[in-house]
Design a binder for this molecule. Sequence first.
Ligand code: GAR
Length: 199
Amino acid sequence: MPSKTKKNIVILISGSGSNMAAIVRTAQQQDWQRQFGAGVAAVISNRADTGGLQLAQSLGIATQVLSHKAFDSREAFDAALMALIDGYQPALVVLAGFMRILTPGFVNHYAGRLINIHPSLLPAFTGLNTHQRAIDAACTEAGCTVHQVTAELDHGPILAQAAVPVLPGDTAETLSARVLVQEHLLYPQAVHDWLQSQP
Ligand code: GAR
């Protein structure tokens, strides 16, 4: 039986939004509305000049921009972001290339309903430049991780991972492209599994 509960998903982006689009397309193709009573209610970007916003609109999703540059402090930005997100009464907040460090207050507010995708096989290579660092460390495998977000950056409980080989001659760009293909499969599946696990 489809759930009657309305489970709104809010996706936060900063860039091209390809993971966001993969989730939206999967939600539409698999009819998460019917399966779980769930849908992507809005995409919010902290940058106005990102292609991800147009992509979301082309998929029929409401978009919002909240520039971090309009705020004096990280706390003030996060408080405004929380107010914006909470207007959608989200069951789940999905970080999809949202390139902001979040305050503990924000993370605690969404405890248990805030997830992220990170382009490495965590716990290896938290932070930035993950692909170049994997190449420099002569790793034979790289990949991506979906995890719950906790106050410590890129350290929350792992929900799902996908690995790819690091090939001879790889650059950060070629490795990133190989990992991104897996991100677009892994993240929609992880959101699906999260929805399925909910009462
Ligand atoms: C993705 O590779 C994602 O894993 C990464 O940013 C990219 C966003 O691409 N996220 C992080 O590095 C988070 N620390 P997209 O905007 O096309 O989805």
